[in-house]
Design a protein around this ligand. Structure first.
Ligand code: SOE
Length: 383
């Protein structure tokens, strides 16, 4: 079996996905192959240029051509958020397996429409997955195991932080990510979506209420022509979240934190121990369990490269560390296996809708104040 993939969008995510589709079947000796067959974008010349640079044989300025093309098996959506539902829903209806970048939709209504389309498609053996790639960091797989097997006990505190600095300069250029109509929200949607998903993935329990605040520090930025355009999303956001099981979580996201290039940090304190992860050291998990006597207690640094950890059996001998790009290879591997076996794969579109419900509730809280319930979607998130 060899799947032909059509990618929509040609930014840096499309580059990461292209490499992953190519590498996954070989790295994991999969019985299913993948071939990036076509690239779609809005501008014909730029799309053609990007396709040539990536070695993709065909390009088009109309993503509908990919959906109509019976030789395409997978539609991979790497476009601005406002087009995700518009592309994913007809693609699924036409029998294409869909991988959609995060955050899944502009708001909960869009995300729920996508989740319903994915549900209908699943009944026909069609797969839909959201690109929360950090679920595929082996050290975070270990964190999930240690939270779920009782090693750190009942989770009390969660501290989740995702900081970048590409907007720290007030003259950094305007882009679609700064426009609410195209991105939904700012750092909250772009970076916060990862954290909300990861906390759900690691702990398995959804947030029930949130309370947040958001700020835009730089209200206008120059576009490519030098014209000042309004920034209509948050630059930074902090929020607290709680579930019904006595856990308190805090989240912080910003794209204006000087020196933080791509720092995703997650700490969990349970009633028997603690975990700490930092994407800047993505092969490591810090673990503290108070079982060595007071004089030798402390965090232990686990180098998560043993072959028994998720995905590592396919790579190098222990200690030969992995990088950010491997998360996309792991994602492509899980997706391709699910297609071959015609079974759902996490994160599902229902998981994506849950993340959107949290984002929407944080936005309401940031605007109107107070704790806000996370709207229950009638699609249970699988985590
Ligand atoms: C930009 O902020 C970005 O590319 C995010 O959109 C990605 O999801 C994140 O993984 C890296 O940073």
């Amino acid at each position: 079996m060899r799947l032909r993939v059509g990618i929509v969008g040609h930014g840096f995510m499309a580059r990461a996905h292209t490499q992953a589709w190519r590498l996954a079947p070989q790295a994991f000796s999969l019985p299913v192959g993948a071939e990036v067959a076509a690239l779609a974008g809005r501008d014909r010349d730029r799309t053609k240029e990007a396709a040539a640079a990536l070695g993709i044989p065909a390009s088009t300025d109309d993503w509908r051509e990919l959906i109509a093309d019976s030789s395409i098996g997978v539609v991979d959506i790497c476009t601005p958020v406002d087009s995700h539902a518009e592309i994913a829903i007809p693609a699924l209806a036409n029998g294409k397996h869909v991988l959609c970048e995060k955050p899944m939709g502009l708001d909960l209504a869009a995300a729920e429409a996508m989740a319903r389309a994915a549900d209908d498609a699943a009944a026909r053996g069609v797969i839909a997955m959201v690109g929360f790639n950090y679920r595929r960091v082996p050290a975070l797989g270990l964190a999930r195991r240690l939270c779920r097997d009782g090693t750190i006990g009942h989770p009390r505190h969660v501290r989740a932080r995702y900081l970048q600095d590409w907007l720290a300069d007030a003259n950094a250029p305007w882009s679609w990510r700064l426009d609410a109509a195209q991105a939904g929200a700012g750092a909250l949607a772009d970076l916060g979506s990862h954290l909300i998903d990861l906390v759900h993935f690691v702990l398995g329990s959804p947030l029930e209420q949130v309370s947040g605040q958001a700020l835009t520090f730089v209200g206008e930025r120059p576009d490519a022509s030098g014209t000042l355009r309004p920034v209509t999303v948050d630059d930074a956001c902090t929020f607290a979240g709680r579930n019904g099981a006595g856990m308190l979580a805090t989240f912080e996201v910003s794209r204006l934190a000087h020196g933080r290039k791509n720092q995703l940090a997650l700490e969990i304190d349970g009633d028997r121990g603690s975990l700490a992860f930092d994407l800047e050291r993505l092969n490591e998990l810090m673990v503290h369990t108070p079982d060595h006597g007071d004089d030798l207690n402390g965090f232990r640094r686990i180098l998560v490269t043993e072959l028994a950890h998720p995905y590592l059996g396919a790579w190098w001998p222990p200690g030969h560390v992995l990088g950010w790009d491997h998360t996309f290879v792991h994602q492509a591997r899980d997706f391709l296996e699910a297609v071959r076996e015609r079974r759902p794969v996490h994160p599902t579109f229902a998981d994506g809708a849950y993340v959107q419900a949290v984002i929407d509730a944080v936005q309401v809280s940031a605007r109107e104040g107070g704790w806000r319930p996370v709207d229950e979607t009638d699609l249970p998130a699988a985590a």
